[in-house]
Design a binder for this molecule. Structure first.
Ligand SMILES: Nc1ncnc2c1ncn2[C@@H]1O[C@H](COP(=O)(O)OP(=O)(O)O)[C@@H](O)[C@H]1O
Ligand SMILES: [Mg+2]
Length: 443
């Protein structure tokens, strides 16, 4: 035991929370951390100065947590005012969280495989491109919180369809990419910690759907995730210098080539995965005083056999490194070459140039406003929703709401399977506490 190491003071951890935003980490994810873990909550609106002062007053060295898309620019300024505070993940690492456009710029800068994508701030130029490009194209809304389960993602088969869609939706910028013919009608989600894949699964589309959305009748499987998808996810994680990271990857059914559809530090994960991330961060911050979590590659294939409702309650899953005994056979070899690594420090030139100011000016105010509204409505000025008319966007702003849960609830409402919030108590994917919490938002 290294006595010097033991005595060395650990940095002070603060968990970064925002009002009405799902809390990814909880103190319990940092099991064994001997010192007090602070929390700092950002209140939407004009809270920058107060937030910065609170971080200083609490003498926080490391602020851990995801910044939602709509707060990204604000937190760039906050981080600049707190140069001695390490953000985990760094502001640069979170660049791709902000918009699909940022995902594309990030991937282009680092030469990561993505579907051919064009982004236009000039409507005429966009329409000109759509006249000559190949079809089908996938047109997406770039701005605002992503991962709405395909809510703002559309497939168009011709120029006429593309124009009809854009005239109706008025998305700006125009974000359009080649449709990848999806192998097995699915895509792959890979989650990584310290650049090592720790969980991966296929998501397949429902009958008659092109989009992979497990909340709309799709299904998932932890089996047979190809190595090429893991490799691409690792490449993206390293480019982002991400302590933790998730990638959605499409495999072209004709060529087997993998393409990144989305990547971010913000994603939904079972608590045991967040425990591993907490353990990894403790290892990083303690210079090895806490052990690195050992997660055998493809262990998700075995864990995935456990029913999700049970898996959701399992905590602090621990794998010891297997030491072969004289007659022992490896039952679960750590296949592949990936090691959990310390991430490099981010630097400003990790991220691509931002949108040019003159281009930013072209984003209609209405788009900026709608994005702001989604984020900044608090309970004080909170309107009361009617269950049958509530939008997915509104559901997603409810305290502690997870994206998968919101989509599921929306589906139940649309299918008239529930007529009041209380009806949700029949379902096991929401807790009584959550229902109590959300009831104040409904008439
Ligand atoms: N270029 C593409 N080619 C084929 N399918 C796509 C493409 N882009 C998106 N999809 C499908 O649409 C789904 C949702 O798109 P995504 O970009 O992940 O948006 P969201 O923010 O709604 O999750 C993907 O999971 C995938 O099934
Ligand atoms: Mg997605």
């Amino acid at each position: 035991m290294n006595i010097v190491n033991k005595k060395k003071k650990l940095p002070k951890i603060g968990l970064l929370y925002l009002d009405y935003v799902l809390r990814f980490f909880d103190k319990s994810n940092f099991k064994g951390w001997p010192d007090k873990i602070e929390t700092v909550v950002y209140h939407w609106g004009n809270d920058k100065a107060r937030f910065i002062n609170e971080v200083r007053r609490k003498e926080i060295d490391v602020l851990i947590g995801n910044i939602p898309a709509t707060a990204y620019e604000t937190f760039k300024e906050i981080a600049a005012a707190l140069p001695h505070v390490r953000f985990i993940p760094s502001i640069e690492t979170q660049f791709a969280n902000k918009s699909k456009e940022n995902v594309t710029l990030f991937a282009k800068k680092h030469n990561l495989s993505i579907p051919h994508t064009e982004i236009f701030y000039d409507k005429e130029e966009g329409y000109k491109y759509l006249k000559t490009c190949k079809y089908p194209q996938i047109i997406k809304r770039s701005y605002g919180p992503s991962n709405y389960g395909g809510y703002y993602v559309h497939k168009v088969d011709s120029y006429e369809e593309a124009i009809a869609l854009l005239e109706e939706k008025k998305y700006m910028p125009i974000y359009t990419q080649d449709a990848i013919p999806l192998k097995y009608s699915g895509d792959i989600r890979v989650m990584l910690i310290g650049h090592k894949p720790v969980c991966a699964f296929w998501r397949f589309s429902g009958e008659g759907q092109w989009i992979t959305n497990t909340s709309q009748g799709g299904s998932m499987s932890y089996d047979n995730v190809p190595m090429s998808a893991l490799e691409l996810a690792v490449e993206a994680s390293k480019a982002a210098k991400a302590e933790y990271w998730a990638c959605d990857i499409a495999i072209d059914e004709n060529t087997d080539k993998p393409y990144i559809l989305e990547c971010a530090t913000a994603f939904a994960a079972f608590p045991y995965i967040r425990d591993w991330i907490g353990q990894y961060i403790m290892w990083d911050l303690s210079e090895g005083r806490f052990p690195l979590p050992h997660v055998p590659l493809y262990s998700w294939e075995e864990l995935g056999k456990i029913s999700p409702s049970l898996l959701r309650t399992m905590r602090h899953i621990h794998f010891a490194k297997y030491t072969p005994s004289a007659d022992g056979a490896y039952w679960l070899e750590d296949k592949g070459e990936f090691d959990m690594e310390k991430t490099e420090e981010s630097t400003p030139d990790d991220i691509p140039d931002p949108i040019k100011p003159e281009e930013e000016d072209k984003i209609p105010e209405i788009v900026k406003e709608s994005v702001k509204e989604e984020a900044e409505v608090g309970p004080d000025e909170q309107e009361q929703y009617e269950l049958e008319n509530v939008t997915l966007t509104q559901l997603l702003t409810l305290q502690g709401m997870e994206e998968d849960v919101a989509v599921k609830i929306k589906e139940l409402i649309d299918n008239k399977e529930i007529s009041s919030l209380e009806d949700l108590s029949k379902y096991d994917f929401v807790s009584k506490e959550q229902l109590d919490q959300w009831s104040k938002y409904f008439k």
